[in-house]
Design a protein around this ligand. Structure first.
Ligand code: SF4
Length: 697
């Protein structure tokens, strides 16, 4: 306790997509401590260690407190904002003049409030004339976005967290909910129906340890398993034919497609016993309210979209959608991944619109009062295409906001080589010490969560409010004010004359959402969001308050023009990099602790969180493999792939199957090993499985 508080305000947490509400206790308007909000419908008085420590990481010596510019000897040195903004404009303009407007790109984040994302996307694309900009949501949610759009007609996760408590059968695929979304897992634990919990995951994760049935499939064989289960459901007649006929397309083609996925084939491809697969199908059939959930184990795959759609297919064919306790439910990663999906102006035009659609461009131009001609007529390159663009010399300037690709991007050695090739790299971040900021030509110091205002949209489509409860250090500015400043130096401030505050931008974004599935025109202002304990989209002004939807698709109407959902399917492909003689293990990566967040940029600044997690890298090895290779507990070994290597301490555990090892994603070295392959539809990187060898010497 820093000092005795005199006031309290509520705001949403800024780490994961759960979107818990925290009560921040104030003295003279400044936060002194916090506690979980017992009255918020998301977290019901709970928070994970990251939430409890959210204020601590703001007071770090690593905070960027002044703009920094690289000098002639390659060192970053402090400059004032005038020099920083002038340098930003001069260098990017010079690159655009020499190589064309598209030769500068930006990479943003699912960590910023919606209003800031929208400002960034609008300034970059309409003001600076950039075509290419993407977010780190490409690394977590792109697969679900595409899967939903193709299947439902819009990127619309249909559920609410109440479904965790209403289901009698919960199927978790590629999701270690217990660590990655601990409060959602607590909601599962509160389910009064004694639900059956099925976990599909190659590892015996903390979630799998608590499951009724754990299906420890061979890595990346989930698509075959799901098709095999669909085949059993069809064969036994365990499907909802009325729902299928009334609300879906292409089921008969799907039923024919899954015929070759016999038990023999699926047992061979997944490594599971036939009776375990049949039991899984029977569990789905017996459930009255079955909910299917997935996260990064599915999304971060070279065949993520079709795997996600194989899950959606199971929900559709059994009629488990549109009712409490059901759904094909993607759990997002970051606190504002959903805001990024709808309002970042990267792959969608503001409000889930389409850059290629002339009517959409006209609508948005009218709302913003800008010429239609400044709106690009095509989509941005995806993150990986921007990186390839740098490699090919097509992108020469990059603006990185609130993300850390030098740590987090797949095949790190190549990623760092790519970033080194840039003529000019700007990093805008709350810390000057990130792996990417250390390589920058210009660092812009940004205010953090708790030092600015705006809204986040969580996994269940709930909009929550973020508030300023802490003073940003030194000259750091909110990202919102940095964008205003840069727009003014760029000479396009008139375009943003109405973008005076985050709440003013929220009002503009409301207009952009009008008539879309994500319509939020019925929300008056931030105060209303606060008073209601967050508000889920859609919340249209055209719908009476008591008829606003909680679970989507209650009426069986989807967002395709014919209002029917689609069955989508494709032949599964083998592992993108199978183990062989030399690289004979499969590396699995993922979250290692509820106390750590992604690249540890923030969480490593909390002494409490550091104590909850080993600071040195570790690798989980099956005891049988360890015996064969002479590895003892806590031995330091080298893990090597075709792309790089790292040292890690061996942790012997049967949680990983023989022939597999697991390393958490939080360590800087982990992505030296991963292989840069991508889902063809979503362009999401396939972080989860590649071939490695263990070297004991
Ligand atoms: Fe914050 Fe997520 Fe933890 Fe909730 S579960 S406190 S939103 S990090």
């Amino acid at each position: 306790v820093r000092s005795r508080p005199t006031d309290t305000t509520d705001m949403v947490c800024g780490y994961c997509s759960t979107g818990c509400s925290l009560k921040v206790h104030l003295k003279d308007g400044e936060a002194v401590n916090l506690s979980p909000n017992p009255d918020y419908p998301v977290n019901l008085g709970m928070a994970c260690p990251k939430g409890w420590e959210a204020l601590t990481v703001l007071d770090s010596p690593d905070r960027a407190t002044t703009p920094l510019r690289k000098n002639a000897s390659g060192r970053l040195e402090p400059v004032d904002w005038d020099v920083a903004a002038s340098t930003f404009v001069d260098r990017f303009r010079a690159i655009q003049q020499q190589h064309g407007p598209d030769s500068v790109a930006f990479l943003s984040t699912g960590q910023m409030p919606t209003e800031e994302m929208a400002f960034l996307g609008a300034f970059a694309k309409f003001g600076m004339g950039l075509l290419h900009g993407d977010g780190n949501t490409r690394q977590c949610m792109a697969t679900s976005v595409v899967a939903y759009k193709q299947a439902f007609g819009f990127d619309a996760p249909p559920y609410t967290y109440q479904d965790f408590e209403d289901s009698d059968t919960i199927v978790l695929i590629g999701s270690n909910l217990c660590l990655a979304h601990p409060i959602m897992w607590e909601r599962v634990m509160r389910n009064p129906n004694d639900p059956r919990i099925v976990v599909v995951d190659p590892r015996m994760t903390e979630t799998a340890m608590n499951a009724t049935q754990h299906l420890a499939i061979a890595p990346k064989s989930d698509q075959s398993l799901l098709y095999g289960v669909a085949r059993i459901l069809i064969e036994k007649g365990w499907i909802d034919r009325d729902f299928i006929d009334a609300h879906t397309n292409d089921f008969d083609a799907f039923a024919e497609f899954v015929q070759p996925f016999t038990l023999d084939r699926v047992t061979q491809e997944t490594g599971l016993a036939a009776d375990a697969i049949e039991e899984f199908a029977r569990t789905i059939h017996k459930g009255r309210r079955v909910s299917f959930w997935w996260t990064m184990g599915v999304n971060q795959s070279y065949q993520g979209v079709r795997t996600a759609q194989a899950i959606i297919n199971l929900a559709l064919m059994t009629g488990n959608i549109g009712c409490p306790g059901t759904g094909a439910n993607s759990i997002t990663g970051q606190c504002n991944a959903m805001g990024s999906r709808l309002f970042s102006n990267t792959t969608n035009l503001l409000g889930g619109h389409d850059f290629a659609n002339a009517e959409h461009r006209q609508k948005i131009a009218g709302i913003l009062g800008i010429p239609e001609t400044v709106i690009p007529t095509e989509n941005s390159w995806a993150y990986n295409e921007i990186m390839e663009g740098i490699l090919r010399g097509r992108i020469c300037g990059l603006w990185v906001i609130c993300t850390n690709p030098a740590h987090s991007w797949i095949n790190q050695n190549l990623a760092r080589d790519i970033l080194d090739r840039l003529d000019f790299l700007v990093v805008q971040d709350m810390y000057h010490s990130t792996e990417t900021a250390r390589e920058a030509d210009l660092v812009l110091p940004a205010a953090a969560w708790g030092e600015k205002e705006g809204t986040f949209i969580n996994s269940e489509r709930r909009i929550g409010v973020l508030k300023k409860v802490h003073r940003a250090p030194g000259q750091a500015l909110s990202d919102f004010n940095i964008f205003r400043l840069l727009a003014s130096y760029w000479g396009c401030e008139n375009m943003f004359r109405n973008w005076t505050s985050p709440e003013a931008v929220f009002q503009i974004l409301k207009q952009c959402s009008a008539g879309q599935p994500c319509d939020i025109t019925g929300i008056h202002d931030y105060r209303m969001i606060d008073e209601r304990g967050g508000i889920q989209w859609p919340y249209s002004s055209q719908v009476p308050d008591d008829r606003q939807q909680r679970v989507l698709f209650e009426d069986g109407k989807f967002y395709h023009p014919d209002q029917r959902a689609k069955f989508l399917f494709e032949e599964p492909r083998p592992l993108s990099e199978a183990p062989g003689r030399e690289f004979d293990f499969i590396l699995l990566t993922g979250r290692g602790s509820a106390s750590q967040w992604h690249t540890q940029t923030r969480t490593k600044n909390s002494a409490v969180l550091r104590k909850l997690y080993p600071e040195h890298p570790f690798v989980e090895v099956n005891p049988a493999d360890a015996r064969r290779l002479g590895i003892r507990p806590n031995d330091w070994i080298t893990v090597r792939s075709q792309r790089g290597q790292m040292r890690a301490m061996a942790f012997l555990t049967p949680a990983v199957s023989p022939g597999q090892v697991f390393i958490p994603m939080h360590y800087e070295e982990t992505n030296r090993l991963t292989d840069a392959v991508f889902d063809p539809y979503s362009k999401q990187p396939s972080y989860k499985a590649c071939a490695v060898q263990l070297v004991t010497a």
